[in-house]
Design a protein around this ligand. Sequence first.
Ligand code: FAD
Length: 552
Amino acid sequence: MSGPADSDWDVVVVGAGSAGCALAARLVDAGRRVLVLEAGADHPQPGDFPPALRDAAVLGAVTPGHPANWTYTAQLAEDVSYPVVRGRVLGGSSAVNGTYFVRGTRADFDGWAADGNELWSYDAVLPAFRRSETDADHPGSPVHGDSGPMPVRRVAGGHPVTEAFAAACGELGFPAEPDKNADGPPGHGPLPLNVADGVRVNTAMAYLSPRRGSPLLTVRGGTRVTAVLFAGDRAVGVQTEHGAVHADEVVLAAGAVATPQLLMLSGIGPADQLRAAGVAVRVHAPGVGADFTDHPDLYLTWQPRERLPAPRGLLPLSSALHTTSAGSPTPGDLEVMPWLKPFSRVLLDRAPGSPVAEALRRPVTTLRALRGASLHRLLDQARRREDLFLAVALQQEDSRGRLSLVSADPAVQPRIEHRYLTEESDRRRMREVVRLATELLRTAAFAPLVAARTGLDDDVLADDRELDRWTRRHLATAIHLAGTARMGPDGDPGAVVDQQLRVRGVRGLRVVDTSVMPRVTSRGPAATAVMLGERAAELMTDDPARFSPLAG
Ligand SMILES: Cc1cc2nc3c(=O)[nH]c(=O)nc-3n(C[C@H](O)[C@H](O)[C@H](O)COP(=O)(O)OP(=O)(O)OC[C@H]3O[C@@H](n4cnc5c(N)ncnc54)[C@H](O)[C@@H]3O)c2cc1C
């Protein structure tokens, strides 16, 4: 807790997550005095992170109620309540996630630009992507970086499931996509991962740790922000649990749930909703929380003929198929991804610090956090915990979700309604991708590994209505929520920020996290969240020359 007096900050960044760390680091590089406030624990150096967060072979901090996450209850559909976790620690969700590090596609970014955000076209954001990474597999490539903070590499074959999956995709005629970050046509191929020597390299390790000695950077963990402070229409700082902090500019980077909540707690949101919650209205902004997007997904389980190798350190993900649904204008709107080890090994590792060990240490917290989950689901997962699975997902939904403020108390979570599969076009595509995954399991390539598909009978698979019902019972979320404070041009009533990411209707306040995405990217958003931080720093300092494309 050292640094200049509170009024001396040029910028206060709220949230040290995927976007916030990248932004803060680049602002420091540009000579700004930056204060980062993070609700979760601070871990200054990579070695300070607990093993459960470092070990990329397990999802060690995703058990509901784990101290390194926020556990929210979301309604995925009308009758589907589901616990949704997000990172609550330095590094944010990048410290707890699956390490799949795939960029959004050219169509995604050019779509944002076509909506009036031309600063975010594919060509405009490519330098920020390059600057963010060191891609060990593609040195010297014009689309990759070779000296940026985030390490990226792909795992070659070597596991029977990876090899069977590639052969099965080939057997069904899908093209290979050897580099999923190279703007090629969608296909099957290895996943870029932000893992180095088995360590999940989060954005705090990559961006903040090397700058900890800088007098321009101060990081305060364990500091929850509860509102933005204003003088007239200018943001002048933030209120924290421990007191007020003042700065010339405020950036909310608290993620797609907490950022819209903070905006609304500060009086910026749909007027009726704010009044009903007892919050004075500063700016009527109907777009806050409205029309968000995410990736609905589910797991198709299968039983292997024999126990497949799962050596210690085996990463759970290695490859994915992206393909385009019948008649879709969005290339690669469907995803199928094999997991190489069962849930029992990904989540229920009994090593010290693992989710199960943690849950056993804190049974009451875990149970309380799980209260949003259906008993049917928990039992189903327990029954199939030794099965392997293909994760299938819809990567560009037509349905839209809604996040709303229900209380002026910052400790009360907003209501999160995904409204997944409300559009028939989404139900149709979900059927298509589930059926595609079953086809993959039936190929000659997979046959030697598969004893049986479990949990989905042929007669259900063949009947659209039955399959819709089954899908609803197994519906999950990839936790890729985006667009709760989206960017857009003048005249777009749903746009909360302009394309410089400045909050409309006030001065001195920006949003830099996945909240600003007009639509969720057609790939997982982690790599794009980091790019958002990089690109926002360019826009805030208005000096792109300062950021050489490959500066580390
Ligand atoms: C379990 C899990 C697995 C995932 N797997 C993948 C994957 O493999 N690939 C992929 O592409 N995407 C994945 N995602 C999604 C991806 O990680 C996120 O979309 C992305 O990291 C979000 O970045 P962000 O900067 O918007 O927010 P975050 O990274 O969530 O950062 C927000 C930060 O703000 C802090 N904060 C919140 N409220 C406050 C407050 N009031 N005061 C102070 N600080 C606050 C939080 O603690 C957090 O550190 C996953 C997400 C989760 C949760």
